[in-house]
Design a protein around this ligand. Structure first.
Ligand code: IMP
Length: 428
């Protein structure tokens, strides 16, 4: 039995969806443990491209049980839409194939509208996905959030709770002269959501515990990435949850000792959407080339992603923090055709060279680059390390050396099959 936490080592969009879908073949359960509809996990099946926002990427396999953990914030209308999409491909969800934690919090229309207000209040532009994520977590921490269990509870209590949430936001809307969405409309929506999702709402923590006791293989799928983690990322330019693997036990409701390994996902270069520091960003031609070759456009928002070179010093930090046991290197094919590949292996800060990114001193720090030889051969058909040109293999070996962990998977294209499985993480 293995319980693998899958986590992004960068600023999200590392390709977690593809890898969780691929590893789903060997798993009995996949679970999301934080975030909500800000995530866009893309799964490509032949000519179909499905973007999942709430459901774990294992949903695309019929035998896999899906769990939405209590650390999530859920936008029920988006979730219901997503369930319909998956059902049209995979057949109907039955309640024991999907469990939505009764303790997960609900994103209301007012949270989506309040998302834009956050930036006006502090004057700091974060560039959120405007999906209401921050305001919903704000209500959770303020002990006035609405939980999934409330959708099927006493209607009088539900109405009063929704009104209290609206009252709490009212002064901020008034200050900015913005009209509030009505509490009555939200109550009607919640009642409908309760009817549609009620059969799936349950004790996600217990479901996971029972599966683990039975010996089922479990994948815990993180959304966003370590550098967007609210405690460990580039604060305040972060999301509102623990997006690193550190959030997995709390958000899934399982003991930390249940997790048997941590798979860290990194692209072969770096991208970021939204505002905030990105020291290895390439604003010129090199960045444009990565964006075009990697089709780097946000799968939730459609925003073009900022692109730059691999930041090994940031990866070292993420590997240490998450306790990564092996890495999956994605989009290696995007580097094909580059004569030279730049990689930042450290940071120069006040005359010293640091091996880890100095997150709280980035204004004064400068990346230190090394150059690695590129390759020209098409690698999108590689299925084994031996299929890769020697220079691509050397790039992977250098990365393993810099990070001190092995690469278990190398992705060379968007399809499930376009993957070199060096060592299956479920067979370690
Ligand atoms: P929020 O999560 O919508 O509050 O956005 C906070 C920050 O996280 C913004 O910079 C977003 O662009 C970023 N972000 C949120 N979700 C994702 C994701 O799934 N991939 C990449 N960036 C994300």
């Amino acid at each position: 039995m293995s319980v693998i936490a899958v986590t992004g080592l960068q600023w999200g969009d590392e390709g977690k969806g593809k890898l969780v879908d691929l590893l789903g073949e060997f798993a009995g359960v996949t679970a999301r443990f934080q975030g909500g509809s800000n995530a866009g996990h893309t799964v490509v099946l032949g000519d179909r491209r499905v973007v999942l926002h709430h459901l774990p990427s294992g949903a695309m396999r019929r035998h896999v049980r899906c769990v939405l953990g209590q650390g999530m914030v859920i936008d029920p209308s988006t979730l219901i839409e997503e369930m319909h999409t998956v059902e049209s491909i995979n057949g109907p969800f039955v309640p024991n194939r999907l469990t939505i934690s009764r303790r997960a919090h609900v994103i209301l229309p007012i949270h989506r509208q309040a998302d834009a207000l956050g930036e006006r209040t502090t004057g700091v532009r974060i560039g959120t996905t405007l999906r209401g994520i921050g305001p919903a977590y704000e209500d959770k921490a303020g002990r006035r959030g609405l939980r999934m269990l409330d959708l099927t509870g006493d209607p009088g209590r539900l109405r009063a709770w929704i009104e209290a949430i609206h009252d709490a936001w009212a002064p901020r809307f008034e200050r900015h002269g913005l009209e509030m969405p009505g509490a009555a409309g939200a109550f009607d929506m919640c009642t409908e959501w309760g009817k549609a999702l009620g059969p799936y709402i349950g004790d996600a923590s217990l479901v996971l515990h029972e599966e683990i006791v039975k010996g089922t293989n479990v994948l815990l799928e993180g959304a966003q990435g370590t550098l967007l983690d609210i405690d460990h990322g580039t604060y305040p330019f972060v999301t509102s949850s623990n997006a690193s693997a550190l959030g997995a036990p709390a958000g899934a409701g399982i003991a930390p000792s249940c997790i048997t390994s941590v798979l860290g996902i990194t692209k072969a270069y770096t991208t970021r959407v939204g505002e905030g520091p990105f020291p290895t960003e390439e604003k010129g031609e090199a960045g444009d080339r990565l964006r075009d070759a990697g089709h780097e456009v946000g799968s939730t928002t459609g925003r073009p992603r900022r692109c730059g070179w691999l930041d090994v010093a940031a990866l070292r930090y993420a590997v240490r923090l998450n306790g990564v046991t092996s890495i999956a290197l994605t989009k290696l094919d995007v580097l094909t055709g580059l004569h030279e590949i730049k990689v930042s292996t450290g940071y120069r800060l006040r005359g010293r060279v640091l091996s880890e990114i100095p997150l709280d001193d980035l204004d004064a720090a400068e990346p230190v680059y090394e150059t690695v030889e590129g390759w020209g051969e098409d690698i999108s058909g590689a299925r084994d390390l031996r299929d890769l040109p020697a220079k691509a293999r050397r790039y992977i070996a250098r990365l393993e050396g810099w990070l001190g962990v092995p690469a278990s998977l190398v992705s060379v294209g968007p399809e499930r099959g376009q993957t070199v499985i060096v060592k299956n993480p479920f067979r370690e």
